[in-house]
Ligand binder design. Structure first.
Ligand code: NAP
Length: 325
């Protein structure tokens, strides 16, 4: 996890309560929005509840950000944070619990650090890892079950682990783990993968990696710590057990949109139904990043959303100012 710098922690410190733009979520979308609103001379606060950088802080290597051939996720996060601060953004470590609109250009954000006000809000909380929801998963989380290879991978050096999932995350994090562990099982419920072919081929070529396909995990088994996974074959129904020291679950993302569910249209999976302009049914509230319904979730698409949302927020603030509200 990223180190949180003390200078950013607002607890006990008097923080300005009135802002032009409040950005919720300090991932690539939120930080890019902050760079753009800052450059537009809008006074900007960014709320982050955990670690600045969002999903990229738990990504080992990023190799598809144009112009940067290879960079560690946490390093890219730090660069984005520094960039946003350069243009004046203030980062407040607090969770936004509720948002209400009291009139044009008057949003109130209730946070774990008290109330804040802003003329416009950019919701950029993205998405968080989904859970399998099978017996033992919760019990062994932190004791063998993990959702973050970068954070927990080093604990499994020279040991046996499983990665569960068939998307880009399972493969990129599997590639990272394969360099640390003695043996890695890639467990996926079918034979086709969502992951980009380049990652599939790279992982397949590793001598210490074995693919267990058409298998789902039905139970995480252990005593004090995880010892094994009970698997079920999706074609034959046959059950088997594979012994592992660790299991990394990468089965997709769940959008974090609960706080704005009454202010924004959501699809059946909870992603915000907003177009390229990031505008919601609530004027002055914009949604950017992985929490938006869209065909591709990448850092480049998140930063693109962030830039657009910032420009739309700027336009909104100019418009309400011209009305004299
Ligand atoms: P994802 O692309 O949604 O893939 C989720 C995987 O988990 C799928 O293979 C899915 O299987 C499997 N799965 C879902 N529910 C399951 C269950 N209950 N039991 C077993 N398996 C289950 O999610 P992701 O890999 O986390 O990626 C999220 C987004 O980030 C994607 O848009 C991805 O492209 C992006 N990303 C990009 C990069 C990169 O470009 N370097 C790296 C990481 C992530 P099915 O295929 O059978 O549905």
């Amino acid at each position: 996890m990223l180190e949180i710098k003390l200078e950013d922690i607002s607890a006990g410190e008097e923080v300005e309560r009135e802002w032009d733009v409040a950005i919720v979520g300090g991932g690539p979308a939120g930080l890019t929005a902050a760079i753009y609103t800052g450059r537009s001379m809008l006074r900007t606060v960014v709320f982050e509840k955990l670690a600045v950088g969002g999903q990229i802080t738990v990504t080992d290597e990023v190799d598809n950000y144009p112009g940067v051939e290879s960079v560690k996720g946490p390093e890219l996060a730090k660069l984005m944070e520094k960039h946003a601060k350069k243009f004046g953004a203030r980062i407040v470590f607090a969770e936004v619990l509720r948002i209400r609109k009291e009139g044009e250009g008057r949003f109130v954000l209730e946070t774990t650090d008290g109330e804040f006000r802003a003329k416009a809000v950019i919701w950029a909380t993205g998405a968080e890892p989904r859970k399998l929801g099978v017996p033992g998963e919760r019990e062994f989380t932190g004791r063998g079950v993990s959702y973050c290879a970068v954070c927990d991978g080093p604990f499994f050096k020279g040991r046996t682990v499983a990665v569960i999932g068939g998307g880009d995350s399972a493969f990129t994090e599997g590639l990272y783990l394969s360099g640390l562990v003695a043996k890695l099982y890639l467990i996926h419920r079918r034979e086709q993968f969502r992951a980009q072919k380049i990652y599939v081929e790279q992982l397949r070529s590793k001598p210490n990696v074995e693919f267990l396909l058409n298998k789902v995990v039905v139970e995480f088994v252990g005593d004090n710590v995880l010892k094994a996974l009970r698997l079920k074959d999706t074609k034959t129904g046959e059950e088997s057990t594979v012994e592992v020291d660790g299991a990394f679950v990468y089965i997709g993302l769940r959008p974090v949109n609960d706080v704005v569910k009454d202010l924004v249209e959501l699809d059946e999976r909870g992603f915000a139904l907003v177009g390229e302009d990031t505008k919601t049914k609530t004027p002055g509230l914009f949604v950017a990043g992985d929490g938006r319904a869209k065909p591709l979730r990448q850092i480049v698409t998140a930063v693109s959303d962030g830039a657009v949302a910032a420009m739309m927020a700027d336009e909104y603030i100019r418009e309400i100012s011209s009305h004299g509200t």
